[in-house]
Design a protein. Structure first.
Length: 389
């Protein structure tokens, strides 16, 4: 099946639900058994089938099956949020004395988990330059257990040579974990590029409507899936029934929504790149972007999330630019149908290589509005910015 067909049919089994197009929402805690023998048999495979609500229901199984098919992995695990998917995976794979190589442009809560929680557990983290490629071999240690990648990078959108990094990591016995939220399973196939575990904040594009928290973990092999699934289960981490249902509902329109996000995002990025107030646009799908060649080689598309840097100007001018926008909400997260914008200068944290920026930075999530309306809104914002200089 082509991807547009697959995204509609993956994980759907109407024959199991009296012909219903979508699986019902299973509100489950207790599961009863017809006999002691049946209960004993279920204990032999505790994470297969209905055993207890926390371990999964037919609703979550349907979403997990669909995502595993789309990403090309063995099986998927649903969690309560994208961050829960990240922290649950790292907790499952690491123990005291282990070492993690973490990309320096990682999502900030992931960085904080490493520098605070993992450090307390006796696990050391080294942050590395996203452009390192095969040069990451110089940072590998015998105790390096995980190499974490995220492309493009959070807030500043640097690309990574993931196949080169994965080759080195595997040679050193490390597991490659990727945050694949930006590209989704449609625009990047992690397991074809050497990734072992792919993570997604399904809160973003998969849910797609800014109304549910949801995380997904897809593993390349049965062995890795069992390690992560059992750890997740032991910590009591699970996704809510309604949230899983909303993830399934959003998934079915992911392809058509992403096409619009991509088209409108590139229109805004190209327009911004031509503005005199803008020093640079950080969008790997733009031909002039430093990461464009890697994006074009490894990715099949781009979403509408990108950043840009303004020429130096007072904070009051930036605030006037943002505060008067009509079609852009000022809020965290992204991936919903609505456009968003946030200032990001204070959020850019680097330890491996200093961030080189002269002016204020902002991040845009391009929603599903008409791009001409969004551009007009931004143009008025630049008028307000000029008035405050």
């Amino acid at each position: 099946m082509k991807k547009d067909t697959k995204i509609v049919h993956a994980g759907r089994h109407p024959e199991q639900y009296h012909g219903a197009v979508n699986p019902p929402v299973y509100h489950v805690s207790t599961v009863t058994y017809p006999s002691v023998a049946a209960m004993t048999e279920a204990e032999r495979k505790p994470y297969d089938g209905m055993r207890y609500g926390r371990y999964g229901t037919p609703t979550s199984f349907a979403l997990e099956e669909a995502i595993a098919i789309l990403e090309g992995g063995y099986r998927t695990i649903s969690t309560a949020s994208g961050l829960a998917a990240i922290t649950g995976t790292l907790t499952a794979l690491l123990k005291s004395g282990d070492h993690v190589l973490m990309v320096d442009t990682v999502y900030f809560p992931t960085r904080r988990f490493c520098t605070e929680h993992l450090k307390r557990c006796g696990i050391e983290t080294t942050f590395y330059d996203p452009s390192i490629g095969a040069g990451i071999s110089a940072l590998m240690r015998p105790e390096t257990r995980v190499v974490f990648v995220e492309a493009p990078g959070s807030l500043t959108f640097e690309m990574q040579d993931i196949p080169a990094i994965a080759t080195v990591a595997h040679a050193g016995g490390a597991i490659v974990v990727m945050d694949n939220t930006w590209a989704t399973p449609l625009f990047f196939k992690p397991f074809e590029k050497g990734v072992d575990i792919s993570l997604q904040a399904a809160t973003k594009f998969i849910v797609g409507h800014s109304d549910a928290m949801l995380g997904l973990i897809t593993c390349a092999t049965e062995e890795l899936w069992h390690v992560v699934k059992s750890s997740i289960a032991h910590f009591g981490v699970c996704a809510g029934s309604e949230e899983v249902y909303l993830g399934l509902r959003g998934l079915r329109t992911l392809s058509v929504r992403l096409r619009q996000h991509q088209e409108s995002g590139l229109a805004l990025a190209s327009w911004l790149a031509a503005r005199p107030e803008v020093l640079r646009v950080m969008h790997p799908a733009l031909p002039g972007d430093p990461g464009h060649a890697l994006w074009k080689r490894d990715f099949s598309g781009a979403c509408g999330l990108f950043g840009f840097e303004l020429a130096p100007c007072p904070e009051a001018a930036v605030n006037a630019f943002i505060d008067g926008l009509e079609h852009f909400g000022l809020g965290y997260s992204w991936g919903g149908y609505e456009s968003l914008i946030i200032p990001t200068s204070d959020g850019i944290k680097r330890t491996a290589k200093p961030w080189r920026g002269d002016g204020p930075t902002l991040r845009i999530h391009t929603g599903l509005e008409d791009p001409s309306d969004l551009i007009e809104d931004l143009a008025k914002g630049f008028d307000r910015l000029a008035a405050k200089k």
